[in-house]
Design a protein around this ligand. Sequence first.
Ligand code: 13P
Ligand code: SF4
Length: 314
Amino acid sequence: MEQPHVDPRLDLEVEIARLKRERNAVILAHYYQESDIQELADFLGDSLQLAQAARDTTADVIVFCGVHFMAETAKILNPTRTVLLPDLDAGCSLASGCPGDRFRAWRARHPDAVAISYINCSAEVKAASDIICTSSNAVKIVRSVPEGTPILFAPDRNLGRYLIEQTGRDMILWPGGCIVHETFSARKLAGLRAEHPTAKVIAHPECEPHVLAMADFIGSTTRLLEYAVNSEHQSFIVVTESGILTQMQKQAPHKTFIPAPPEAACACNECPFMRLNTLEKLYVCLRDMTPELDMPVALREAARKPIDRMLALS
Ligand code: 13P
Ligand code: SF4
């Protein structure tokens, strides 16, 4: 979606606050959003916290500043609310790399297996899964499956490999990856570590195994933030989408946060999907109450069951 034309004389922060009151809306935002959107959010969090916040809100309208699968999850969990996503094209390479029909065919080839799907997938894939997980509860979810039961894990092979290592459970992995987290270069990371020998390397489990092998701490965005703010260490090389640095810097202004370098000379450590949401699009979507996210009731209800199983275990 193109950047909408908005009167440049408008104070967008003021206008968004006014519209939010008028619509009885809540703005939920992921840490990978640009900093001016983070500033306006009523609630900031990782995928699990955002799903919980969407389930629990009593606002009439949820404006989801994140990507499509997150807004879809909000609608599944709170179907009577209007869910808006400032840019409907805000997808995710993990979700688009795992189409529902191919996922169902894969499942059918392993009829005895339990299918655990990472929340970064479509409602169609969720509906065909037994249980959902996020990066913050994945170890617990895998351990909840009885020993000896075969496990299918989709769609992130890197998180899957990390979980195999953490739990000792064998899992059959869907061959998907995050285009942002697979961009980090172990070679450049080694160089940066040599330049900053006291810095702790903190990484998201969507990174590739050779990058995770260099990490001092691995966790979801919220866990990385908590570790960076609360640990006694003073400097950190942050191996995830660079939007998280906004909160790290805000919550620990005296510490040093160094974004890990991608392999190419690009801004590839910014998620191109997350960054499709802009302040202008947020304003226009609240003003016009569109784009709205909706889906067939049968799909919504089928996708809810594995999410509810996850929430009960979280
Ligand atoms: P979390 O915030 O749940 O760690 O997820 C990271 C991510 O890549 C979201 O798309
Ligand atoms: Fe998907 Fe990766 Fe972007 Fe997260 S950072 S939305 S996993 S492409």
